[in-house]
Design a protein around this ligand. Structure first.
Ligand SMILES: *Cc1c(COP(=O)(O)O)cnc(C)c1O
Ligand code: SF4
Length: 450
C-alpha cells in the first residue's frame, strides 16, 4: 500500500534533534555537523524513514550516502572547522573558513569552468555545457539542488539555488538559440543538481520549446535525476504527478526519445514499493530509464552489490548504462578506490549477469579529455598495463583507439591524471591536441571577460 508523503527537508540545524540520530554518540553527531559545514548536507523524510536502515548505522550504505563523518574531510580541514565551531567563531568567520576549505577540494573538476562553455554571437551561453559534439548539457538554474545531497557528490559546488520563472525563461531562450545554430546536436541532457526538483511549470519552460519546429535535429531528451531514489513520490502521489506523466507522454508522442538517466548507487534505492511504482509509471509513458552510478567506497564497493543492483534494474525494465569512477573532487580522498580494484569490481559484477545487463560501460572516468574507460589489464611484451579507451572524447577521432598506461603496482592511482603512459611514451596520444583545444577555448573566454 502506498501512502502519500509530504516532503520534509533536513538541514544542518536538524542534526541536533533528528530522533533517529540519537543512536549515535554525541561525538559522532558533532562530527557530522563539522563536516556538514564544508560539504553540503541535506536529507529528507523519505531517505531517513525508508532508505536508511538505522539498525545498521553508521555502516549502512544509505546513511553513508547522506550523512557525513569526520573522515570525509582531511584531518587538517576537519580540525580547523572543529576548532571554529567549538570556539564559537562568528557565522561569517565560519563561512569564510568553509569557503577556503572548499577551494582546496577541486570544486570544478574536468575543466568545467573554462573548457566546456559554449558561445553564441560572441556571448557566453550560461547554464549550458557543450563538450561532446552530439550532446548538450543544460543546467537549469532552479534545478541546481537535490532532494537530498550525496556525501560523495561532484556537483557540490553548484548548490546555490535560484527560484525565478522569469530567469528560467530567459535562460531557456538563450539555450534554444544556441541549439538552433547547432544542428550537429542530437541530444539534450537536462541535468543539475537534480532537474526533477523543479515544478512541472519550470520543467516545461526548458523542454516544451524543443518539441516545436526548428528543433527537428534534437532526437533525444534526457533527464539526469536522482529523484527515483530520493523522492519517488514525485511521480506517484505529489500534486504535479499526473500532469508530469502526461507531459512525458506528450514528449514521447512528439516523436522524441525521452530517457531518464537515473542515478542509483545501491539496490536498496529501488527496493521500496514507492520507487518501483514510480519506475512503472514513468515507463508507462513510453520513456526509458537508464541507470548510472559511480563506484564509491563504503557504499557500493562490492561486485555482489552491483550484480544484484543491475539484475534488479533489468527486471524493472531499467537499462544499466554507466559505471563511473568517483571524480577527483569534494570528499574523493575518502571515497576513492584504486583503478585496478575498480576494474576488478566491475569485471566480477559483469561476469555474474546475463547479456541484457551487459549494456553497462565502465569503469569510466569523466576527465578533461573525455570519458576514459579501463578496458582491461594486460601484459604486452612483458610490461603490465592498463588498456584504456575513450567512450566519449572532445575529439570524436580519439574514440575507440586503445591506449596504454603503466600498471599501478602500489595501488595508489585512482584517476586518469595519476596514470603514466606505458612503453616509455612521454604522453598519451591525445595530450598535445587537448592542450591546444583547452588553450584556445580559454583564450576565447578570457577575451570575452575583458
Ligand atoms: C557523459 C556526458 C555526456 C553524455 O555522453 P553519452 O556517452 O552520450 O551518454 C555529455 N556531456 C558530458 C559533459 C558528459 O560527461
Ligand atoms: S543526486 Fe547527484 S547532483 Fe544531487 S547530490 Fe547526489 S550526486 Fe550530487
Amino acid at each position: 500500500m502506498i501512502v502519500p508523503k509530504k516532503l520534509k527537508f533536513y538541514g544542518i540545524k536538524d542534526l541536533e534533534n533528528l530522533p533517529q540520530l540519537r543512536k549515535l554518540s554525541e561525538e559522532e553527531r558533532f562530527s557530522i555537523k563539522v563536516a556538514a559545514h564544508v560539504l553540503p548536507f541535506r536529507a529528507n523524510n523519505y531517505v531517513v524513514e525508508e532508505l536508511i536502515n538505522w539498525n545498521n548505522v553508521p555502516n549502512d550504505p544509505m546513511f553513508k550516502l547522506t550523512f557525513m563523518n569526520s573522515n570525509m574531510l582531511l584531518p587538517e580541514h576537519y580540525d580547523m572547522m572543529y576548532r571554529a565551531l567549538t570556539n564559537n567563531h562568528s557565522s561569517n568567520q565560519i563561512k569564510e573558513l568553509a569557503n577556503e576549505i572548499r577551494y582546496e577540494l577541486n570544486p570544478h573538476p574536468a575543466g568545467q569552468l573554462t573548457a566546456n562553455i559554449p558561445m553564441l554571437n560572441n556571448e557566453i551561453v550560461s547554464g549550458v555545457q557543450h563538450k561532446y559534439k552530439e550532446t548538450v548539457l543544460i543546467f537549469p538554474s532552479s534545478g541546481q539542488t537535490c532532494h537530498a545531497y550525496c556525501t560523495f557528490c561532484f556537483r557540490w559546488a553548484q548548490f546555490v539555488g535560484m527560484d525565478d520563472l522569469k530567469f528560467a525563461t530567459k535562460e531557456s531562450m538563450q539555450f534554444q538559440a544556441y541549439l538552433k545554430e547547432h544542428k550537429e546536436v542530437t541530444d539534450v541532457l537536462i541535468t543539475g543538481g537534480d532537474p526533477m526538483v523543479m515544478s512541472l511549470a519550470k520543467l516545461k519552460v526548458y523542454i516544451e520549446p524543443l518539441l516545436k519546429p526548428g528543433f527537428e535535429h534534437i532526437k533525444n531528451i534526457r533527464i539526469g535525476t536522482k529523484s527515483l531514489s530520493y523522492w519517488p513520490y514525485k511521480y506517484v502521489t505529489d500534486r504535479d504527478a499526473e500532469g508530469l506523466l502526461k507531459f512525458f507522454e506528450k514528449i514521447v508522442n512528439s516523436g522524441k526519445h525521452l530517457a531518464f538517466m537515473a542515478h542509483v548507487n545501491h539496490w536498496v534505492e529501488l527496493s521500496t514499493d514507492i520507487a518501483k511504482e514510480a519506475v512503472k509509471k514513468i515507463r508507462n509513458t513510453g520513456a526509458e530509464i537508464r541507470s548510472q552510478s559511480p563506484l564509491i567506497k563504503y557504499i557500493n564497493d562490492d561486485s555482489e552489490i552491483w550484480a544484484k543492483m543491475w539484475k534488479e534494474q533489468v527486471e524493472l525494465g531499467i537499462i544499466p548504462y554507466y559505471f563511473f569512477v568517483a571524480r577527483d573532487t569534494g570528499a574523493q580522498q575518502y571515497f576513492k578506490i584504486p583503478l585496478a580494484k575498480a576494474f576488478t569490481i566491475y569485471r566480477n559484477a559483469f561476469k555474474k549477469v546475463s547479456g541484457l545487463v551487459r549494456t553497462v560501460r565502465g569503469p569510466s572516468m569523466s576527465a578533461t579529455p573525455g570519458k576514459v574507460a579501463i578496458e582491461g589489464i594486460a601484459k604486452i611484451n612483458g610490461e603490465k598495463v592498463f588498456v584504456l579507451n575513450f567512450i566519449q572524447a572532445r575529439n570524436p577521432e580519439w574514440v575507440k583507439q586503445p591506449f596504454f598506461a603503466k600498471y599501478d603496482y602500489d595501488n595508489s592511482a585512482a584517476w586518469l591524471d595519476e596514470l603514466t603512459p606505458a612503453f616509455g611514451s612521454e604522453k598519451f596520444f591525445y595530450e598535445d591536441e587537448l592542450e591546444r583545444m583547452i588553450d584556445r577555448k580559454f583564450e576565447r573566454v578570457k577575451a570575452e571577460a575583458i
